[in-house]
Design a protein around this ligand. Structure first.
Ligand code: PLP
Length: 389
């Protein structure tokens, strides 16, 4: 019998069009991550993969500003799994949980915490405004956990996590932070702020493929987990199982090794560029885009400057602009941007400035297309001039 050879594709098999992806996630994949994706597959229990995992853990400690030796890991799922794992491991039936909910993702947290048995109370803020830390202080009561979204993607609002953390720390409650639109681009100081559980999604500020949720877990959070009356109902992300694989190299489930390859490269590239440099890059890009579009009637949606999330630029649309029609025209030209969500649909655009999206080249493409679609001569020139400043 003749054994069949694995067919080797003659490349390239298909030509795909270039696409300019400027949504608030996913973001364009970093070239180093793209290359790493094509590495030959290794087993999830291979010594080389464990070595790579240890490097990822060290780099995550740096990205999140954790205590030395703090536990970090990748969950095999998107940012929502990072969110769910926190509540599944750290909340039990009847726990009091205070959730800062000033947008869709804060509300998602509340829904998840309730499903894991928490008595959820909400701290809210008007749409487009940040959570007021004194409202957290007023409503803290005997909460065992406080949860907050650092950057609320649905409205482009940055919540004041360091100030909220200071209040929570004094109370002894655990603090969970969603850093999905901030970690890797904005400063994050887990240890200095006193955060107990933090997560992001690989496809956001790090420009890695979707499918991994990098997390960091404090000692206090592990102590709370150890004191559970019942095991967590979410077997897949049980903290003990995670610790087994990431610290003791024991099998728990088959991790997506090729995503680890890509993620490790993307994270390394971010740290080599420097987190302060990345934060400065985002601000420079946001300012140039806002300046270029202002004469057309676009204006910042978030009223107070300190409440604006640099990585998701929320711009109010000019009177009379047909949001859906313009975005459809852009999509025909292989450019994707995102509109508002729920109450802000048709009212705003949300331009992604995370990871590789926050570069002049893709925004040049957008400005050039808009100059044409909106018949707005001078837009590209204004953008170039603003970049120079
Ligand atoms: N939290 C925030 C702030 C987000 O922006 C998102 C996704 O956009 C999520 C959580 C959920 O992440 P995912 O869609 O990767 O599950």
């Amino acid at each position: 019998m003749k054994l069949l050879e694995t067919p080797r594709p003659s490349q390239p098999q298909t030509e795909y069009p270039e696409h300019t992806l400027l949504t608030p996630g996913p973001t364009p994949i970093h070239p180093r991550a793209m290359k790493a994706l094509t590495r030959p597959m290794l087993g999830h229990m291979d010594e080389e993969v464990f070595k790579l995992n240890r490097a990822i853990q060290a780099d995550l400690r740096e990205m999140y500003g954790t205590a030395p030796g703090a536990f970090t890991a990748l969950l095999a799922g998107t940012g929502s799994l990072g969110m769910e794992a926190g509540f599944a491991n750290l909340v039990e039936q009847g726990d009091e949980v205070l959730i800062c909910a000033n947008g869709s993702f804060g509300r998602r947290m509340a829904e998840m915490a309730a499903r894991y048995g928490a008595n959820v109370r909400l701290v809210t803020a008007p749409l487009g405004e940040a959570i007021n830390p004194s409202d957290v202080a007023d409503q803290l009561g005997d909460a065992q956990m406080v949860a907050v979204v650092h950057g609320e993607t649905s409205t482009g609002v940055l919540n004041p996590v360091p100030e909220i953390a200071e209040i929570v720390r004094r109370s002894g409650a655990l603090l969970t932070v969603d850093a999905v639109t901030t970690a890797g681009m904005e400063p994050f100081e887990m240890q200095a702020w006193g955060v107990d559980y933090v997560y992001t999604g690989a496809q956001k500020c790090l420009s890695a493929p979707p499918g991994l949720a990098p997390v960091a877990i404090s000692e206090r959070a592990f102590a709370r987990f150890a004191a559970r009356r019942q095991p967590t109902p979410l077997w897949y992300c049980d903290f003990e199982g995670l610790r087994g694989y990431w610290l003791e190299q024991t099998y728990h489930h088959t991790v997506p090794v090729n995503l680890h390859f890509a993620f490790a490269e993307a994270l390394r590239a971010a740290l080599e560029e420097g987190l302060p440099e990345r934060a400065a890059r985002v601000r420079m890009m946001g300012a140039a885009i806002t300046t270029a579009l202002a004469p057309l009637g676009f204006s910042p949606y978030v009223r107070r400057e300190q409440d604006r999330l640099p990585t998701v630029l929320a711009l109010r649309l000019p009177e009379g602009l047909d949001d859906a029609a313009v975005r459809k025209e852009l999509r025909k030209r292989e450019i994707s941007i995102t509109g508002g969500l729920g109450p802000t649909a048709g009212l705003i655009w949300r331009l992604g400035l995370m990871g590789e999206a926050a570069r002049p080249a893709p925004y040049r493409m957008l400005m050039s297309a808009l100059e044409d679609i909106l018949n707005a001569p001078g837009l590209v020139k204004r953008f170039e001039a603003a970049l120079e400043r």
